[in-house]
Ligand binder design. Structure first.
Ligand code: SF4
Ligand code: SF4
Ligand SMILES: [Zn+2]
Length: 273
């Protein structure tokens, strides 16, 4: 397998992966979405809530605030040595929020959640939690822990994780450069250069084949296909972890699961013997 980094910033990463197949690439995608752990608020102790939103709705909204995650310092609660349902400082982070609208209506934002660990905070200060009218109050304690997306979407570290086949576009001799395929392409993949059609941005092709359908030639003078062993893999983090770390964790989890699978097969074999 060959991996080429096409694009990377603090939130997104795009890879070109050659020499693999759909089962492998899809397993990686599913692990990224459902099994790479991240932090989210999981318990809320409501001390005072005179806002118009019920306690449960506020708790749900708090759970959906992405929190910067430190996978090296915290354990998943089920793997923590404390074995306590209340957690300890290795598997739980507490937050407090104490907000009041004194003179006029105001919005309570995520910046008002005070964390006991300055490294575990909301990824943005401007996520609205609730609006308070004059003299309304919201006071609570909240507890965050690591979890996995397969149990609740709030523990999903990515807002998007997709793959697509690497496109292949061929323009045949019978093309008369009428330009219809250029006009219809939703991703502006093609361009007219004099009396010729050229590929401007192959990676953006979605394989929709609209260009083939619109071509007046029979058979179409443009042919769109894909390479069965080459994929463009893209992830966009919610901000809880850098995309590179999410990929590393996904590969680690896949590796552990395969090792577990092999060891189970060996056990079954020795039982039979
Ligand atoms: S629509 Fe067909 S004939 Fe017209 S420019 Fe495109 S490929 Fe060529
Ligand atoms: S398959 Fe769709 S996206 Fe790709 S070049 Fe044709 S029209 Fe554009
Ligand atoms: Zn613990």
């Amino acid at each position: 397998m060959e991996i080429e980094l096409l694009e990377k910033d603090d939130e997104k990463m795009r890879l070109l992966i050659r020499g693999t197949d759909v089962p492998f690439i899809n397993a990686l995608r599913r692990i990224v979405i459902a099994q790479v752990p991240c932090m989210a608020i999981d318990e809320v102790v409501m001390i005072e809530n005179s806002s118009v939103l019920q306690d449960e709705i506020i708790a749900l909204r708090l759970g959906l605030i992405p929190l910067k995650t430190d996978l090296d310092s915290y354990n998943l609660p089920e793997e923590c040595s404390c074995k306590s349902e209340f957690g300890c400082n290795l598997c739980r982070v507490s937050f407090t929020l104490d907000a009041e609208a004194k003179e006029e209506t105001r919005t309570v934002y995520s910046e008002e959640l005070i964390s006991e660990n300055p490294d575990i905070t909301p990824i943005s200060n401007r996520i609205p939690i609730v609006k308070l009218a004059k003299e309304q109050k919201l006071k609570l304690e909240a507890y965050a822990r690591l979890g996995r997306g397969k149990n609740h979407a709030k523990w999903q570290p990515v807002s998007m994780c997709t793959y697509k086949y690497f496109p292949k576009i061929e323009i045949h001799k019978q093309c008369d450069a009428c330009g219809k395929c250029v006009e219809i392409c939703p991703r502006r993949v093609l361009t007219n250069v004099g009396r010729e059609i050229e590929i401007r941005d192959l990676m953006s092709c979605t394989l929709c084949q609209d260009c083939m359908d619109i071509c007046p030639k029979n058979p179409p003078a443009i042919e769109v296909s894909w390479k069965g062993d080459t994929f463009i893999f893209e992830i966009e983090s919610t901000g809880v972890l850098p995309p590179k770390r999410i990929m590393k964790e996904a590969v680690k989890i896949l590796d552990e699961q395969l090792k577990e699978f092999i060891s189970q097969v060996k056990v079954k074999k020795s039982e039979k013997a």
